[in-house]
Design a protein around this ligand. Sequence first.
Ligand SMILES: C[S@@+](CC[C@H](N)C(=O)[O-])C[C@H]1O[C@@H](n2cnc3c(N)ncnc32)[C@H](O)[C@@H]1O
Length: 207
Amino acid sequence: MNLPPRPAEPGEFIPGDYFRRLSPHELFTTDSPLEIDLGCGDGTFVLEMARQFPDRNFLAVERLLGRVRRICKRASQAGLDNLRVLRLEARYTVEWLLPHASVSRLHLLFPDPWPKARHHRRRLVQGDFLHALRKALIPGGEFLFKTDHEDYFEWAREELALFGHFESLPWDEGSDELSFYPQTDFEAQWRAGGRAVHQLRMRNPST
Ligand SMILES: C[S@@+](CC[C@H](N)C(=O)[O-])C[C@H]1O[C@@H](n2cnc3c(N)ncnc32)[C@H](O)[C@@H]1O
């Protein structure tokens, strides 16, 4: 039985065809740099970024409908037309939907760490995802990753070293690129609880 399509929330992006890679202008009609917040949670980070950088476009990806609805509502109340929200699985989005060479920065902030060894294959930062990420990033595009989970952080570093196609950049909060980088909801919670936050920044080389 075919269910009728759910009407889109204001600012929500619902692909017309989930089995075809998007072309760049389907997401936004402007050519501004595109940033992705993958697994955006309650959207605190991406809403602040979209407000701060009206000359950039932001796509927030989140699988939970309630969160998608709340972010769309807040974006529309704030009049943010440079933010769209996609309700879809994170890995699928990067591997099959994002246009190649379209993303200037992809933020993966406090993703599920899948702590049990038998669940490690569910962790996002590994082989196939990294190959797809490289294709989605523009030359010089960046991957920014934060986690409170030390084991996942070490795992991510090893996977990135094995992958070998990205170069490491310092996370320099004094730099122009990172001087405005709001804490996510999870980050605020972890820091308030005294937990360390681990972060890394990688670049897709230009050549
Ligand atoms: C631990 S929370 C972190 C949220 C946010 N990035 C932050 O730092 O506050 C992880 C978020 O990713 C979403 N998520 C988990 N797995 C996902 C997946 N496979 N695809 C899309 N979203 C996912 C969850 O629903 C949740 O909102």
